[in-house]
Design a protein around this ligand. Structure first.
Ligand code: FE2
Length: 269
């Protein structure tokens, strides 16, 4: 079972790189299931529109996760109720529209559970993420309720993400972090067989400040009054994520490989 996770798709350049590369990647790497974080997909670099969602599915994405920017394009609040393949963080306050996890069919007809979580530290206020994860672990078990389990932990700080990886070790196929837009190089299989990387980076233009125009971002740091609202950098995007090979019998991971190519970052493939 080959599962691809791609980090936050940022703005028009991130979307373009996905559309241009994903169909080929699915064929070449024999991908059975593709998850992308789409919360920065809109033209403004925050939120996701119905049109973005439709294009991602056309490109070959199976499930879209999000995070703190999930409602920045208001229309998402409506269409998330009918589009089950678009997830919002599970630990958003009760009554939030949409779902935080689901069980989906892969391209090779396996059942893949995907959960989207959001950190509590330096993030928008939400329910306790570790309690939410614990509840999910009791509800959805590997090989009992799903063949494979994918965790996207959208969070700012590395310690919270590593602790979450440890909590899920042996209980999920993989745990990856998203949100910081900078990939870490700590990909590995943990003791009990769960693949892990603290952050899988963004699919966007790295000649930027985490995907946003760098001159304007710098002005903001200098509190220059001529700075305007952040807007995405539009140069060539790097595709950034990981591919995980998982064992059909156990649902656990046997390999995790960074998939990084195009744009500014050094290519791994
Ligand atoms: Fe985010």
């Amino acid at each position: 079972m080959n599962i691809l996770l791609l980090g936050d798709i940022v703005g028009p350049s991130g979307r373009k790189a996905l559309t241009e590369n994903l169909p080929d990647l699915i064929k070449k790497k024999k991908l059975d299931f593709v998850v992308v974080n789409g919360e920065n997909a809109a033209d403004s670099g925050v939120g996701i529109t119905k049109k973005n969602v439709e294009q991602f599915f056309e490109d070959g994405v199976d499930v879209i996760t999000t995070g703190n920017h999930v409602w920045d394009q208001m229309e998402a609040m409506d269409f998330i109720s009918t589009e089950k393949r678009l997830l919002r963080p599970e630990n958003l306050f009760k009554g939030s529209p949409g779902n935080g996890f689901g069980i989906f069919n892969s391209k090779n007809n396996k059942k893949v559970a995907v959960i989207n979580l959001m950190g509590n530290i330096y993030m928008k206020k939400s329910d306790d993420v570790f309690q939410a994860a614990q509840k999910f672990i009791q509800k959805v078990q590997l090989k009992k309720n799903a063949d494979f389990i994918v965790v996207d932990f959208h969070g700012e700080i590395t310690s919270e993400k590593m602790a979450m990886g440890y909590l899920f070790d042996g209980k999920a196929t993989l745990v990856v972090g998203t949100h910081t837009h900078v990939p870490t190089s700590d990909h590995r299989i943990m003791d009990k067989g769960t693949a892990y990387q603290t952050d899988i980076g963004m699919c966007g233009d790295y000649n930027s400040v985490i995907g946003m125009n760098r001159d304007n971002s710098l002005k903001k740091f200098f509190k220059d009054p001529s700075a305007i609202k952040h807007f995405p950098a539009l140069g060539e995007a790097t595709i950034s994520g990981v591919m995980v090979v998982a064992d059909d019998k156990t649902g656990l991971a046997s390999e995790i490989t960074p998939i990084v190519f195009g744009g500014q970052l050094e290519s791994t493939i």
